[in-house]
Design a protein around this ligand. Sequence first.
Ligand code: PRE
Length: 371
Amino acid sequence: MEDLADYRREIDEIDSQLIPLFERRMDVVREVARFKKARNMQVLQRDRERVVLDKAVARLRDPGYAAEAERFMNAVMAISRAAQRRDIGGALPREAAPLTGKVGYYGAPGSFSEQALADYFGEDRERTACAEFEDVFTALRDGEIDYGVLPIENSSTGAITRVYDLLGGYGFFIVGERRLRIHQNLVGVAGATLDTVRAVYSHEQGLEQSSRFLAEHPGWEQAVFHSTAESARLVAASGDPAKAAIASERAAALYGLEIIAPAIENSRHNATRFIVIGRALAPAGADKVSLAFSLDNESGTLYNTLRHFADRRINLVKIESRPIPEELWSYRFYLDFEGDVDSDDVRGVLAEISAGAKDFRLLGAYRSDRD
Ligand SMILES: O=C(O)C(=O)C[C@]1(C(=O)O)C=C[C@@H](O)C=C1
């Protein structure tokens, strides 16, 4: 067996080739930053990164190193992106102010998302309903809408995890948020009462947020439907006093339904936070930043990421973790924190996190909606 010193000499020799190559690569990466800055392009180029990873794996002599080669190139590209962000500085692609154009929202006319849209953009804004969460994302991708409005978290039931997963998957930005007090109501056709109702339709959020009221009526069938507004529409179309929906007052009025029981939500403080998504970052003036990343499943990686916020006295307001289905027991973290994306501290923290994490993405910078 060779001596440890011999192995280390060999590693030194390899590194003596690796580091000059790394330096050459970084020089080119910084040229690319100039190119991107001139064309207002995003730093992260997900498709290109996939190509780089595939090529790295294809070049291996021993395919047993595929996962390690991917991690190695992921780390290299994270370092490239951090350097490019430093170089590009404030030149992130931004929306023009004010936010004009057509807006898509989750649900149907009368949904809480439509209410949030009307609050944010005004009642007169041209809008289109999207039946499923993902429909908002695909409409934005296909240029059918300029912005989308969806719920992201409820004060009683927590994160709307599907929306987090879609945000992670599509490359869009959060450009704004709206918080709404949510009153759920049991609504039905004229003549429907607590005694005639046999089945209650709503989005699972509507049912969940009203679970205590529903528990008082154990004989009722609970049917999960697309959205609270779609449920109201269904009940109105049925004309059946045995069917009721859990929906907003706005939806009841729109579909000509009566309120059988008002404000049936479990918590007096029931509120939902909605996000406005767009294809580029919001105009300047944001005071809240959202980002996403994943980490190696090793001791201290989360601590080493979060400590940058404490070191810079930045207030972290929310953290959510979601499983990455392709990687067993791996998680993507979603963070919201207070700060101006153009400030030195926020730029610094973004550079520190993107250098240490995998799949780093700036999800948005926007004006927070405070109570
Ligand atoms: O190809 C680019 O756009 C680059 O900036 C280079 C590079 C890389 O390091 O290979 C860096 C960041 C991008 O997300 C993709 C690839």
